[in-house]
Design a protein. Structure first.
Length: 543
């Protein structure tokens, strides 16, 4: 058997290796057995604590961790990063590892920080693990940072700074989260209390915290982009023929309504104490409309109880020839983007995949991260199912107080039971209830804005309810060549930036082309960005 097959371990295997093989290794007394097992330790570390392309459970070239052939920010890979750090800490005074192993784990831990705010990431990046403790993964990351930062291990200065920036004792050492530092997993009931001493030592050391991440990052192996300023994070997500859309096994009632997560998600984390997904209005357990995922262009399915057997039988009768209901790939190659300093661009050549019925929905979606704003452009929006409307969702946020004010074209709303439809072509300036602003500059379809009490279900089909404000573009049944342009302004206190933008949109951006290609100039930032989902034509750009 080739070495790569013999010593490769998936995310679960690496955690078991750290928890079970290492104690066994320390108890070996026979010299020959010790030599054999030492070679295994070295081979496992060399094979697994490394950057690998492909879809196996390793750290990818962009620093993200994989499990089940995809990125897994909210579980699995984060615990594997902790196991990597634990092994390196224990081996720090040996020659069983290389500096490359150490640098790879450092990059993986830092990548988690980029993709989360403050301690949670988008549920779209968490596979089937949604609705559980959203900060458990962050606990694992802080442990990994601590192990690499502590002088007993490597005393790594980078990790010391990142630990000081990320770890908040008032948050992590309070209540149930405090016990997460010694709880075991995968059959290990307890991992020991030594981590508390390591944390205490670092907290009592004069360490300058690293800067909070700010800028734009494109994680190609996650089919995702991240834009950060101050205390807010914008996440975008897509899928392709190489990276699946979502993980939601209906037979396990996990992420049962996750079909739209990767259809161009554009999610703003800007609220909460600390900032979080739920604090930012995405309250998945209370009335959430699973098929109005912000940023997505997708079919708006009914939220109803489903069984795997019934869905599979229905798909067979309709001739939907796909191996599984979830973890779907489409036929498009193009999803990803580029970053340039503080700015970035994310592009998705969207081709929907069938869920309950056949679909031919396609769209070209581009997201521009420039300065403290995000520009979303969509074109060629065509097709869909025969029965479900196609919507592009701008936002959906929970109203913790139904009297919280939101704005629509300068008019305030502070009650429920409101739904307004604005005709296609009419610009709209809006706010959600959490201080984020939205400016719809152009749309070939009507805009719908609502403040309503909503009913929904959890992934386990338990009924839920909640009050929400939503805005979506209603493309209707099987649109043909629809398009839109809108701007998102996170954390726009008092909607000051929204008013400035509405007065003069061209001061922010100027669309050079929006049909075959998406080409935009940003005069203030002196940035030009362009994307083409087909063979790139010869371009002539003028100043």
């Amino acid at each position: 058997m080739p070495d790569e097959e013999a010593y490769f371990l998936n995310a679960d295997g690496m955690r078991l290796f750290a928890d079970y093989f290492w104690p066994y290794f320390l108890l070996i007394e026979d010299p020959d057995e010790k030599d054999r097992m030492t070679r295994i330790v070295r081979s496992v570390i060399a094979m697994n604590i490394a950057k690998k392309s492909g879809t196996q459970d390793t750290i990818k070239p962009d620093g993200v961790g994989f499990h089940h052939n995809a990125v897994y920010v909210g579980g699995y890979s984060t615990y594997t990063f902790e196991a990597f750090a634990q092994l390196l800490y224990l081996l720090s005074d040996t020659d069983h590892y290389t500096t490359t192993n150490l640098e790879v784990v450092k990059e993986a831990l830092q990548s988690f920080r980029v993709m989360s705010q403050k301690y949670t990431g988008s549920s779209s990046l968490s596979g089937r693990i949604i609705g559980s403790d959203p900060t458990a993964a962050a606990v694992a990351i802080t442990k990994g940072m601590c192990l690499l930062a502590h002088p007993d291990g490597f005393g790594d200065a980078d990790m010391q700074g990142h630990f000081a920036e990320f770890f908040d004792p008032g948050y992590f050492l309070k209540g149930e989260k405090a016990s997460d530092y010694f709880k075991g997993r995968r059959g290990v009931p307890i991992r020991g209390l030594g981590i508390y001493r390591l944390i205490s030592d670092l907290r009592n050391t004069d360490i300058t915290p690293a800067p909070t991440p700010s800028g734009a990052w494109i994680k190609l192996y996650a089919a995702a982009g991240f834009h950060r300023r101050a205390d807010w994070l914008v996440t975008v997500r897509g899928f392709s023929r190489y990276l699946w859309d979502y993980e939601g096994p209906l037979n396990k009632q996990q992420n049962s309504f996750g079909q739209n997560w990767s259809s161009g998600l554009l999610q703003v984390f800007s609220s909460g104490d600390p900032v979080s997904e739920t604090g930012s209005g995405y309250d998945l357990d209370n009335g959430w409309d699973w098929y109005h995922v912000p940023g997505t262009t997708a079919s708006h399915y009914p939220i109803e109880r489903r069984t795997l057997e019934a869905v599979e039988e229905n798909r067979r009768q309709l001739g939907i020839d796909r191996r599984t209901v979830h973890r779907n790939y489409n036929t498009r190659n193009f999803v990803g983007g580029v970053s340039l300093g503080e700015h970035g661009l994310f592009v998705q050549d969207l081709e929907a995949v069938p869920f309950l019925s056949p679909t031919d929905l396609t769209a070209r979606k581009s997201t521009f991260f420039v300065g403290d704003k995000v520009l979303a452009i969509g074109s060629h929006i065509s097709g869909g199912t025969e029965a479900d409307e196609t919507h592009t969702t701008l936002f959906q946020t929970r109203l913790s107080d139904p009297e919280t004010v939101t704005l629509l074209n300068g008019r305030q709303s502070n009650s429920l039971g409101m739904t307004k439809r604005l005709p296609a072509g009419q610009p709209a300036a809006m706010t959600d209830n959490l201080g984020n602003s939205y400016y719809l500059a152009k749309s070939s379809a009507d805009l719908v804005v609502s403040r309503q009490a909503q009913t929904s279900m959890t992934p386990r089909y338990e009924p839920t309810q909640g009050d929400y404000v939503q805005a979506w573009i209603d493309h209707g049944i099987k649109p043909q060549a629809d398009h839109y342009q809108y701007v998102v302004i996170p954390a726009d206190t008092g909607a000051v930036k929204l008013r400035q933008l509405a007065d003069d949109p061209s001061s922010l951006y100027q669309v050079v082309q929006s049909d075959r290609n998406h080409m935009v100039k940003f005069p203030t930032e002196k940035v030009t960005a362009y994307a083409s989902t087909s063979r790139f034509p010869r371009l002539t750009l003028t100043s």
